[in-house]
Design a protein around this ligand. Sequence first.
Ligand code: TEU
Ligand code: CA
Length: 545
Amino acid sequence: MTFQDKVVYQIYPKSFQDTNHDGLGDIQGIIQHLDYLQKLGVDYIWMNPIFVSPQNDNGYDIQDYYSIDSRYGTMEDLELLISEAKKRNIYLMFDMVFNHTSTYHEWFQKALSGDQKYKDYYFFKKGKNDNPPTNWESKFGGNAWKYVEEFDEYYLHLFDETQADLNWKNPEVRKEMANIINFWIEKGIKGFRFDVINLIDKESFEDDFEGVGKRFYTDRPLVHTYLRELAQNSFGQYDDIITVGEMSATSIENCIGYTNPEHHELSMAFNFHHLKVDYKNKEKWTLMPFDFKELKQLLNDWQVGIQEGHGWNAVFWCCHDQPRVLSRFGDDKNYPKESAKMLATTIHMLRGTPYIYQGEEIGMTNAYFTDIHQYRDVESLNAYQILRDKGIPEDEIYQILLAKSRDNARTPMQWNDKPYAGFSDVESWIEPIYNYKDINVEKNLQDEDSVFYYYQKLIQLRKQYQVISLGTYEPVLLEHPTLYAYKRQYQDQEIIVYNHFYGDETTTIEVEASQYDILLSNVGRQTLENTIQLKPYESLVLIKK
Ligand code: TEU
Ligand code: CA
């Protein structure tokens, strides 16, 4: 199946639409808005995990891979969602969290009771001189090993201590994973996103004296072997299933390995390098204006590198783990519409499969929370404590959370100007953003010039012009200080895309006006001249006559 002309829409179920008055989004809520998604034009819905879970990490701590968490609904609800979506040519992509399970999972509980078969599903290890087995750090803060007194052993948790890492070396574990996928394929699921899947090969358990342990468990060679095996035993037997690996810190080389179709691993991968350009000294919990030059360099290097290796990437700005791009690389105060559209153009015209995160298509912003009690995310709450313990002043911590917290993306979807933004009619599990009366779906749908209709247009263009889905990529004006521009080519089609990333600097470009037409403009530009003065946050897509 060619999937290059498809677009994926990510739904964070907990914050999309509540229908049974408990302040939590649910499956019925997604069904309610399928017409909206069809209008937008997307092909797949990636849903964050909706399996039974204690919800310590919002469902990324799975207790049962075969059942739906009752907070979201029932298996019947899911079946209805699958069939209602299918009627609209929309298919579901499930989120498989296979690097770890919840410690409440039956397997882990059996392990804790001393059952050796299940202890081998995880990593239980002896400590070293009263210390944990290694000095690796958990991604959510603190050491990555948790002590279990009964065994005088520790188990590995790269994330929260209720998320125990699975031992993929054990063939039984790998069989379980394939079974889970096959179960969901039977139900009609047509896509899979694999959470932190480049971390599943852990070979040497050594102290890391240079970093926090990452190099001992990231992108190790067996990840490729395991993925090929998993494909063979499950999704690889079908030609209408797409897969995406989440690979935060992977390399171009490895990403080609994972996604070149000849390797039979995955359809595509996410990487997050371009979303670390506002990290001071590579540290997330810091404040720094984003580095445009670095952003452009990274996007370009990945475009060129993946293309050369015949791999394929997911292209995106937003997800449930990232602050809103409009507040981050755009200007949500002075140029909200222009910059939202410019950022959308940048992504949707690149080589790769675009992912839209709920609310991005209506110009949702960061949350601008001012009190720690408004935050819900385990990572943010831990970071708050850690930064306090480091002696960082309270107001600086708030500035950092404001810019970096994952909760920026997890607030309720803004449907209309009614209380709780139309997400629920009772208090929502996390507060809606203060600006929901101005920024919401209803308003977007009434305004021809809205961010929504611009996204709709971008999706339509992808279906209409193969140069967008299949064309080659080549940078243009790479050294330009405020522009990210590139050319795409396919057979006799050619487009050039100019994206101006600044609001306060003017930029002049030279084009061959007689050779090109305007395919898309985010500022209503109608005619072409040889010299063009680009407006703040302008995007201009030209197509060769
Ligand atoms: O995220 C993996 C991941 O790379 C995170 O550590 C990411 O760097 C962090 O959220 C950014 O601050 C995935 C899921 O998307 C995330 O929601 C889960 O918490 C995590 O895995 C554990 O399953
Ligand atoms: Ca609900």
